[in-house]
Design a protein around this ligand. Structure first.
Ligand SMILES: NC(=O)c1ccc[n+]([C@@H]2O[C@H](COP(=O)([O-])OP(=O)(O)OC[C@H]3O[C@@H](n4cnc5c(N)ncnc54)[C@H](OP(=O)(O)O)[C@@H]3O)[C@@H](O)[C@H]2O)c1
Length: 257
């Protein structure tokens, strides 16, 4: 009789060691499971603030940096720190090997560098090549390598941090050679990605953070990292299939390509 009562209790999930409610994950456990975000270039600037805010919101954060030994601020957020140079094929392959089988709900391609070529007469082709390698080819290579992880995640969101300077339609002032082209190319990549992966339920968008006080943005920028990231997280939270393949500002306003 006692065995019969125990079996009924276990079947109904009413507790007791070994009952479904005690150990095995249920659908409500899954709904509560922390989501996982991977942020590139997370040791400083906008990437570090993404790591801080997603950790504070209870997410598992994988923050990548070129130099993990020097990433104390990132580690202090509670993020898992992993090495990644987005221009280095072996570094990308190693990250993909180490993350094999781990679902990622949200991939944020954030790492980027500025341009040192303000006018065409002063073109520094080496610097422009470097900017294209980091800002354009970097996110392409990282996305390709980590696609199985994002495919295995429930979120299936891929975000690229671009710039208003990458908008062709909004470009009336020119200059910023190398940087503008890298971000316009990144935008095209994300538009292609959204089209290719739409059928699988992926949402791929480009975000502009605004002009922000980081090492890249400088001290004169009007936005703090906190303001920019709070805005971009709100935009990411509100993403759906309709919004995939579009370009948004940190305030949620759509930016013309
Ligand atoms: N701040 C702005 O006003 C602004 C405006 C528009 C767009 N954005 C974009 O926002 C993103 C973040 O910018 P930010 O302002 O935070 O710049 P930041 O403070 O200069 O930080 C850039 C980050 O990218 C990383 N990085 C650079 N080259 C890398 C490489 N080869 N591999 C991996 N990581 C690399 C840096 O790592 P290290 O520390 O190792 O160098 C750093 O973590 C960039 O894509 C940028 O273009 C910024």
């Amino acid at each position: 009789m006692r065995m019969l009562i125990l079996l009924i209790t276990m079947f109904l999930g009413l507790g007791g060691a070994g009952a479904p409610g005690a150990g095995a994950p249920t659908s409500s456990d899954e709904a509560r499971a922390p989501r996982c975000v991977l942020v590139t270039g997370a040791n400083r600037g906008l990437g570090l603030e993404f790591a801080r805010q997603y950790r504070a919101a209870g997410w598992n954060v994988i923050g990548t940096t070129r130099k993990p030994a020097a990433a104390d601020e990132l580690r202090a957020t509670g993020a898992e720190v992993m090495q990644l140079d987005v221009t280095d094929a072996e570094s990308i392959a190693k990250l993909a090997r180490e993350l094999a089988g781990r679902p990622i709900d949200l991939l944020i391609n954030n790492a980027g560098v500025g341009s040192r070529t303000p006018t065409i007469e002063g073109l520094d082709a080496k610097s422009a090549e470097r900017v294209l390698a980091v800002n354009l080819l970097g996110p392409m290579r990282v996305t390709s390598a980590l696609l199985p992880n994002v495919r295995a995640g429930a979120g299936k969101q891929i975000v690229a941090i671009s710039s208003g300077l990458g908008s062709i339609a909004d470009n009336t002032s020119g200059r910023w050679y190398g940087y503008r082209e890298s971000k316009a190319g990144l935008n095209m990549f994300m538009r292609s990605l959204a089209a290719e992966l739409r059928g699988e339920g992926f949402v791929c968008v480009v975000l502009s953070p605004g002009w922000v006080r980081t090492d890249m943005g400088g001290p004169e920028a009007p936005l703090s990292p906190k303001q920019s990231i709070t805005g971009m997280r709100r935009v990411i939270d509100g993403l759906d299939a309709e919004k995939s393949g579009h370009f948004y500002g940190h305030d949620g306003a759509e930016i013309p390509w």
